[in-house]
Structure formats: structure tokens, C-alpha cells
Design a protein. Structure first.
Length: 254
């Protein structure tokens, strides 16, 4: 029996390492259109320098705490990230490509349309349960990583956390109903677990009955800055990889 934290692949997943991209990709520094902006107002008598400093340094995250995955209009395979199914303000677009395509299997775009720059990509390997992942977190470099399915996990990956620089392994695992109380699904889903501490840092649920909704994701960590943006990009691109792998299996089983 394979230990719970051991990754099944010919070579262990490499930690994040910056390397030049094979082709220059211009990455927009614009955050998602629905991220809240801080409104400046004239300070009153109760607002001192300390309070102003706190407001100035509030963290801004690329992804909201909770969001859903929905089918893209006019596409049989692509989908989008937004707050709800009828939200006119789409946050991100995800394009899906067949295995014979020259494009990556899954592309998370930086804006709500398919022509936008890449935020992250995943190439699903046809003859194994692994995925080669690229994180485009700067205009001049690509962070390369790899994830894999194990005997007790749907997907495992390693992230170098900010500050300490320590490398931590995370795993998407089957979740029980009690793990999903914060989400609006009656069906089971997946929880993202820190393999070192057992902490559940995110979860994803399948929709009960919906032709448009594909799932809902929730970041559970109160202080999200301690895990960093690369972790969140890895969390999103790996759950997208799991969703696409399941979709391909359903098609092939027909």
C-alpha cells in the first residue's frame, strides 16, 4: 500500500523554480474586475495615522474567497469563473483543448475572455494520472510544477510558501458532507489538505442539479496571505485539471 503522502510518478514533482518561458507572454497586472477597491475619504477626528496605515496595507487577492465554475456561453467545453450563474461580470475565462491540440489541456486566462494572457496552464498526460503545470506569475518567467493522482488523493502538488520559503505538499481528497458545511451543495466534493498539518485550506463541491454550474470553490484560510498567490493559482488550476479529467472520463465511457 502506498503511503498517503507519496506521489505516484516516475520523478517527484519539482518545487517551484523560475525559468524563462518558451515564448514571451505578456501578463496583465490588472486584477479581476470584481475585486473591491478601497475608497479614499477625508479622515475624521477618529482616524489617525495608524488607522490609515492599516487601510493602506489591506491585502488584495486575485481570487475571491468563494466563487463558482460555470459553462461558458456558446462553448461545449469552456467555462468561466464568476460569483453566480447569472453574474454579468465574469472574473476569469477557462479554455479547454483536446489532447491533439497544440495548446495546453486547461488554460486559466487572466481576464474574462479566451484571448487574454495566461495565468496558469495544465497539460493532462494521456497515459498517466499526472499533469504538467505552468504558473505565469510575472511577465518574464514561468513557474513550472507537476501534480499527480495518488491512491488516496485526486491530485497532489507542492508549493513554496512565501516568507519562510518552505515547500509544503497539498492534496485534493474526497470530502465528507461535514467538511462542506460552508458551501451550498448536498453532494460530496473535494477538500484541499495541507499534508504536513492536516489543515483543510480550501474545498470544492459538485452542484446538486444544474446544467450550467460545474462546481463551487471556497478558500477556508482566514489569513490567505500566509499561503500566497502561487498557492491559490495552484489550487485553482489543479481543481480545474480534476474537473477536466472527470469530463474526459465521462465522454470516453459513453
Amino acid at each position: 500500500m502506498i503511503p498517503p503522502h507519496q506521489i505516484i510518478m516516475d520523478e517527484p514533482p519539482p518545487p517551484y523554480s523560475a525559468s524563462p518561458p518558451t515564448s514571451r507572454v505578456r501578463i496583465s497586472s490588472r486584477l479581476s474586475p470584481r475585486l473591491p477597491s478601497l475608497k479614499t475619504s477625508r479622515p475624521n477626528s477618529s482616524s489617525g495615522p495608524q488607522n490609515q496605515a492599516k487601510i493602506k496595507h489591506l491585502p488584495v487577492h486575485r481570487f475571491p474567497k468563494e466563487f463558482g465554475f460555470y459553462r461558458a456561453a456558446g462553448s461545449a467545453s469552456d467555462f468561466v469563473i464568476s460569483y453566480h450563474a447569472d453574474d454579468p461580470n465574469i472574473l476569469f475565462y477557462i479554455s479547454i483543448h483536446a489532447g491533439t491540440s497544440k495548446h495546453p489541456s486547461v488554460v486559466l486566462h487572466a481576464l474574462p475572455h479566451a484571448s487574454a494572457p495566461y495565468l496558469a496552464t495544465a497539460n493532462l498526460h494521456v497515459f498517466s494520472e499526472t499533469a504538467a503545470i505552468n504558473i505565469y506569475d510575472s511577465p518574464t518567467s514561468v513557474i513550472k510544477a507537476q501534480s499527480a493522482e495518488t491512491s488516496d488523493s485526486s491530485m497532489v502538488f507542492i508549493v513554496q510558501l512565501p516568507g519562510s520559503g518552505s515547500k509544503v505538499q497539498f492534496a485534493w481528497r474526497q470530502s465528507q458532507e461535514r467538511d462542506l458545511i460552508s458551501l451550498d451543495s448536498r453532494n460530496n466534493g473535494l477538500k484541499l489538505v495541507n499534508c504536513d498539518t492536516g489543515e483543510i485550506v480550501a474545498n470544492w463541491t459538485r452542484p446538486s442539479f444544474s446544467t450550467k454550474k460545474l462546481g463551487k470553490m471556497n478558500f477556508l484560510v482566514e489569513d490567505r496571505s500566509r499561503l500566497g498567490e502561487r498557492f491559490e493559482l495552484m489550487a485553482v488550476i489543479t481543481i480545474l485539471s480534476i474537473m477536466e479529467r472527470e469530463r474526459r472520463k465521462r465522454i470516453n465511457s459513453v
